[in-house]
Design a protein around this ligand. Structure first.
Ligand code: PEP
Ligand code: MN
Length: 265
């Protein structure tokens, strides 16, 4: 019998939150920061349901330049104020090397979006800040390419990379993307980095977010990042995949049950 060498797991610490340890870490909030009122209403609900990190885009990567591009710096300030009031940490995307310092100033975790996974200049810049980096998988990136991207951050002297599976583009069009949960279990076998799953972008459909969250946790994910909006039908972006606060609270109960049924890692 061959005994596989144990991989050493890296836990990313954000204040009192340990990502990649025994606790499941859930990050939640709107796709984009639309106003302080909507952000606060969302954050209050997700915090009450057990989320530890507030998500929300200040700089939005949109397919069309005519779509809502995000509120920029004022949104970063709103995220900070709301999160501080509720005792949450902040994760938000840096879209451009020129935004990295302000994103690092106002948030605990810098998100590198799917469209920028191959942007080595941005990865190096985010790595240089020393802030944890949530690295989303590129829409057509292989596991090898994704891990190579993570090395730009690691080699900048920053060990705090969190990988995020958010679905890849395949021939299937019934869902927005194809959520690759096989890779989540494979990463848990082969890499020491924490792995999160984004079932919101991974499916594009509200009704699939909870079942895919349960599946992600069962597959070994260290956490989830979920889009939530108090009135999804009015959201400026990604309303179709955003949960209501009630839907999110239900999801949290369900994933806690799955997690507690799993053997200790
Ligand atoms: C997001 O999480 O706001 C986002 C734009 O996701 P992705 O980069 O995975 O498309
Ligand atoms: Mn979105």
């Amino acid at each position: 019998m061959t005994v596989e060498p144990a991989i050493s797991r890296h836990i990313v610490r954000v204040g009192e939150i340990s990502i990649g340890g025994p606790e499941l870490t859930v990050m939640a909030g709107p796709c984009a920061v639309e106003s302080e009122e909507i952000l606060y209403a969302t954050a209050r609900h997700v915090a009450a349901a057990g989320a530890r990190v507030l998500r929300g885009g200040a700089f939005k990567p949109r397919t069309s330049p005519r779509d809502f591009q995000g509120l920029g710096l004022p949104a970063l300030k709103m995220l900070r104020r709301v999160a501080d009031e509720l005792g949450l940490a902040v994760v938000t995307e840096a879209l451009d090397t020129r935004d990295v310092d302000s994103v690092a100033e106002y948030s605990e975790i810098i998100q590198i979006g799917s469209r920028n996974m191959h942007n080595s200049a941005l990865l190096k810049e985010a790595g240089r800040t020393g802030r944890p980096v949530l690295l989303k998988r590129g829409i057509s990136a292989t596991l090898k390419e994704w891990l190579a991207a993570s090395e730009y951050v690691l080699e900048a002297g920053n060990p705090n990379v969190i990988l995020c599976e958010r679905g890849i583009r395949t021939f299937e069009t019934a869902t927005r993307n194809t959520l690759d949960l096989g890779v989540v279990s494979l990463l848990k076998e082969t890499s020491g980095l924490p792995v999160l799953v984004d079932p919101s972008h991974g499916t594009g459909r509200r009704s699939l977010v909870e079942p895919m969250s349960r599946a992600a946790v069962a597959a070994g994910a260290d956490g989830l990042i979920i889009e939530v909006h108090p009135e999804p039908e009015k959201a400026l972006c990604d309303g179709a995949q955003s949960l209501t606060p009630e839907g999110f609270a239900h999801l949290m109960e369900q994933v806690a049950r799955i997690r507690s049924a799993l053997p200790a890692a």
